[in-house]
Design a binder for this molecule. Structure first.
Ligand code: AMP
Length: 304
């Protein structure tokens, strides 16, 4: 069955200490679907844009086997906009603008043929919308969910409902601390897993990611990149690589989930090397596999 991705499709304006871009293609569903498309095709997105959304961006997604049947285009509506500014170390950012626009009245409708989707990735989006999507699915087998501080602060009750119905939550370290009210990440992970999602992945920016399950704590290394241009979308690319690989292999064993974490990390490492979706537009599965092997090389050590 198909991989269903729900999230924002956006215009992003990004400012780093080195360069700025305006109105670039962005959004959680955009990054997730592009990253996942290197593992499984087609991928299906459900989301909304306004009539100001350029055809060239739709063509770009379709060229990557992203099926747009579930993307609503609102006549005279304005596409979601986000702007962020990164600090000198590129690890922290300030959100300068969040304009929900067409998302304010968005009612996600899952096309009939996608209601049986078994693998679902709920990208960063209003948790109320994530719930509306789950309500329409017949028997979701594996639900991966992402969120951000904006929703943890503004819609925490709804977010907790989503967590109860999800298998995996992917968030970054500061979001984990915010959601759990707990500064220590290990204690924080325990508290969050009790909220619902039994598999938790905490991303630590350029310091790798931690996977927590019932029996496993796994630490994925960070890829030592010399050139980081734009961290926007790294988390979503991680989610896309992670879910795309699991959908491709249809294997939810603990060992395969670890592999998926490394594939997610590989996609995030590509994403940040260029601005916006540039890097994700021009990859090949061979390059993805090469990077997976490099992750092995940098983290392997011998028993004594
Ligand atoms: P990430 O860097 O992985 O956290 O994701 C950045 C992407 O999330 C950008 O492309 C934004 O368009 C999108 N985004 C930012 N804020 C929101 C929000 N409140 N709801 C949905 N998507 C958002």
């Amino acid at each position: 069955m198909s991989l269903l991705i729900v999230g924002s499709v956006a215009f992003d304006s990004v400012e780093t200490p080195f360069r700025s871009v305006d109105n670039a293609l962005g959004g959680s569903a955009t990054y997730i679907s592009l990253a996942a498309s290197y593992f499984t095709a087609p991928v299906y997105i459900v989301g909304v844009v306004g009539s100001d959304f350029p055809k060239r961006y739709l063509d770009l997604l379709e060229a990557h086997n992203v099926n747009l049947t579930g993307l609503q285009i609102v006549e005279d509506g304005l596409t979601f906009r986000w702007a962020g500014k990164y600090h000198y170390d590129l690890n922290t950012r300030d959100t300068l603008l969040t304009e929900l626009n067409v998302f304010e009245t968005f009612n996600p409708i899952i096309p009939d043929k996608l209601k049986k989707s078994t693998y679902v990735c709920l990208g960063n989006i209003d948790p109320t919308l994530q719930l509306k999507v789950l309500d329409q699915l017949e028997n979701p087998h594996f639900v991966v969910c992402d969120t951000m501080n904006y929703w943890i602060e503004g819609k925490q009750a709804e977010l907790k409902e989503v967590l109860k119905r999800s298998d995996v939550l992917i968030i970054n370290d500061s979001e984990a601390r915010l959601l759990s009210n707990e500064p220590n990440l290990i204690k924080s992970a325990k508290a969050i897993r009790e909220m619902g999602a039994k598999i938790l992945i905490i991303k630590k920016g350029e310091h790798g990611a931690l996977l927590f399950t019932e029996d496993v704590v796994f630490s994925a290394p960070a890829y030592p990149l010399e050139m980081i241009n734009d961290p926007t979308g790294a988390g979503d690319s991680f989610a896309g690589g992670f879910t795309g690989y699991l959908h491709k292999t249809q294997d939810l064993s603990p060992e395969n989930i670890k592999r998926a974490v490394i594939y997610g990390s590989a996609m995030a490492s590509f994403c940040v090397e260029q601005f916006s979706t540039e890097a994700l537009e021009n990859l090949s599965y061979l390059r993805v596999q090469d990077r997976y092997r490099e992750f092995l090389t940098i983290s392997r050590f011998d028993e004594i």
